[in-house]
Design a protein around this ligand. Structure first.
Ligand code: NAD
Length: 264
């Protein structure tokens, strides 16, 4: 038994023993929380993402995980990654980025990068993972979408377009895979306190002429009726549930975890 398997067993979780999961963008934030949660239930993990080599090595050690640092903005790099890592049972398309600017000032290269990473990458990983899942008759595809897959905010044109896109993509593949034991769902968080949110504060301050505190309270948390950030580990717990047998009949869903944002 790998020492991380022993750790998972000691933590009481083994419901995903024997399953192998690729979590994209798992060197930070929500993806890392999802990887930790799946690992705690006994899944073998493949991490992906950018970051400091030593920090990534420490995460691989912590989780007993493999790592592939493919740049998901490049289709050929994704193909090489999927080839290298081999079969997976659970695919979590999570890597994402943000840029905040009025549409007339939105840099076209930022538009292309956001669509490539937040939307097109999920198409490539999915198309390459699906044959193995179909052959096994079991699979889970979980896409980290966003409240912005259901509602818009100004100055986030590319992000909102990509997130609405991944919601539609998820519904489509759910229908295609429904008779193959493979489910596909979106988890749609509201604001989660991660580097992605922290890093957009300066641009939002500039775009709206606000202070940091005004952006946090009057923009970010203003939309969330609970007035609280979502915790990354809550998203991890939802991913674990979607991988459980109890979620066999949840497919094509877009599950909000947004403190009531999209109820308004
Ligand atoms: P984060 O910045 O903490 O993590 C992003 C991850 O993506 C990192 O691991 C990073 O290395 C990786 N990444 C970035 N560019 C990459 C590339 N070119 N190739 C491969 N990996 C790359 O952000 P987060 O907040 O954890 O966001 C994760 C996902 O959750 C994103 O899809 C984001 O849109 C979504 N989301 C976040 C929030 C939030 O409030 N934080 C809310 C809703 C949805």
């Amino acid at each position: 038994m790998h020492k991380s398997d022993a750790a998972a067993a000691a933590a009481g979780g083994a419901t995903l023993a024997g399953r192998r999961a690729l979590v994209t963008g798992s060197t930070s934030g929500i993806g890392l929380a999802i990887a930790r949660a799946l690992r705690a239930e006994g899944a073998a993990i493949v991490l992906n993402g950018l970051g400091d080599e030593d920090e990534i090595a420490a995460l691989c050690e912590e989780l007993g995980a493999d790592f592939n640092g493919a740049n998901l903005m490049q289709a050929d790099a994704i193909a090489a990654m999927m080839d290298e890592i081999g079969g997976i049972d659970i695919l979590v398309n999570n890597a994402g980025m943000q840029h905040v600017a009025p549409v007339e000032e939105f840099p076209p290269e930022k538009w292309d990068a956001i669509i490539a990473l937040n939307l097109t990458a999920a198409f490539h990983t999915t198309r390459l993972a699906v044959p193995g899942m179909k052959a096994k008759g079991w699979g889970r595809i979980i896409n980290t979408a966003s409240a912005h897959s259901l509602a818009a905010s100004p100055f986030k044109s590319a992000y909102v377009a990509a997130k609405h896109g991944i919601a539609g993509f998820t519904k489509t593949i759910a229908l295609e895979l429904a008779e193959h034991g493979v489910t596909a769902n979106c988890i749609s968080p509201g604001y989660v306190w991660t580097p992605l949110v922290e890093n957009q504060i300066p641009d939002t301050m500039a775009a709206r002429g606000m202070t940091r505190e005004e952006v946090i309270n009057n923009v970010l948390l203003a939309g969330q009726p609970t007035r609280k950030f979502v915790r990354p580990e809550d998203v991890g717990a939802m991913a674990v549930f979607l991988c459980s047998a109890a979620a066999d009949n949840i497919t094509g869903a877009n599950l909000s975890m947004d403190g009531g944002w999209t109820a308004k």
